[in-house]
Design a protein around this ligand. Sequence first.
Ligand SMILES: Cc1cc2nc3c(=O)[nH]c(=O)nc-3n(C[C@H](O)[C@H](O)[C@H](O)COP(=O)(O)OP(=O)(O)OC[C@H]3O[C@@H](n4cnc5c(N)ncnc54)[C@H](O)[C@@H]3O)c2cc1C
Length: 377
Amino acid sequence: MLKPEISILGAGFAALTAAQSIRKRSLEAKITIIAPRSQFEYYPSLIWVPTGLRQRKDILHSLDGFFERHDINYKQATVTGLSADGRTVETSDGSVTNDALIIATGGRFIKKMPGIEHALTICEGIDAAEAIRDRLNALKSGRIALGFGGNPNEPAAMRGGPMFELLFGIDTWLRKKGRRDDVELVFFSGSPKPGMRLGEKAVTKLLEEMGKRRIDRHLGHKPLNFSPTGIETEAGRVNADLILFMPGMTGPAWIAETGLPKSEGGFIKADKFCRVEGFAHTYVAGDAGSFPGPDWLPKQAHMADLQAKAAADNLLLGLEGKEPEKTPKPELICIVDTLDKGIMVYRDQKRSVILPGSRALHWSKRAFEKKYLKALR
Ligand SMILES: Cc1cc2nc3c(=O)[nH]c(=O)nc-3n(C[C@H](O)[C@H](O)[C@H](O)COP(=O)(O)OP(=O)(O)OC[C@H]3O[C@@H](n4cnc5c(N)ncnc54)[C@H](O)[C@@H]3O)c2cc1C
């Protein structure tokens, strides 16, 4: 195909990496990105907003320059549906046809828990992070409860890392301000070993870290509901003046009425080449998808990037009439930041490594942020 029309849905980690990978290999392709905003939200640094290390301007980044530099046609719209053959995307602003498609519209949170409105969820973005900052500043004394949930139908669909970061970051910040004696911290989880996807050694290390920091634990008891004064769990009550909670994840809402194959947990089902089963020239990358792999396969920006690169390469091979050959390597890399230090967790199919807290790792996380965002400007 001389000038294939390729649509990419979303403008997050997976979408932007896919667009760059396609452009690197094909100057002829007409790439269209469809997303509600021409703006990138750098989620990993949200954990630093409540404690003031980062501001709104550090999180939200215009994509106008990126689109121009990579010759990408941007369509401002929200995707609402997809034709049965995948060649027509329905949006809030009409339909867009394509020769090939990459879906990268991310996941969403399951907000079913009764009283969920009493909890703040940092993963919802900058508004939530700022609301947490304001509540932290206003809380002169009391108790903060932090925790995360899962998706019972797809255990891998959870994101615990940022909640550990928020917990340790708030602890460090309260200590620096001389306020830690006035504010108690408690971590709650339905699992007796929260964060098992990071590996057994990592969980042990994180629980030890909580002990060292005098952070209470309420583990192994399923939360049942939230109220303005705390959390009801199967084993009793956790009192709290502020609840920070990350619910389990599920797939994008817009796929509900499409014929896209769905996993148990509500994500778009992909094969090992990131192809959407039963749809020609259609791929999925990042948090929107459910991929074959180990049970610890992370829903992370790093994994989203690897999936996006594989999807882009396989898509171009497919348009040339060739078989796909790229498979993303399952890999978990995470620096659990504590505001002044970082604990590194690495996992692949052969190894599981954890490096103890060091200042250098905190600065590595900041250096990575700088490098990633520079490439988008
Ligand atoms: C607080 C926090 C900290 C994190 N820390 C790390 C970390 O340290 N390391 C790491 O690797 N990962 C981290 N992650 C996870 C990482 O951010 C996600 O895995 C990553 O954002 C997934 O990328 P994505 O492109 O699949 O989805 P997203 O980044 O969620 O992007 C989805 C895109 O699709 C768009 N979209 C949504 N719906 C539609 C629609 N209907 N139509 C069109 N467009 C749509 C959105 O506007 C957005 O542009 C963190 C996440 C959070 C929230």
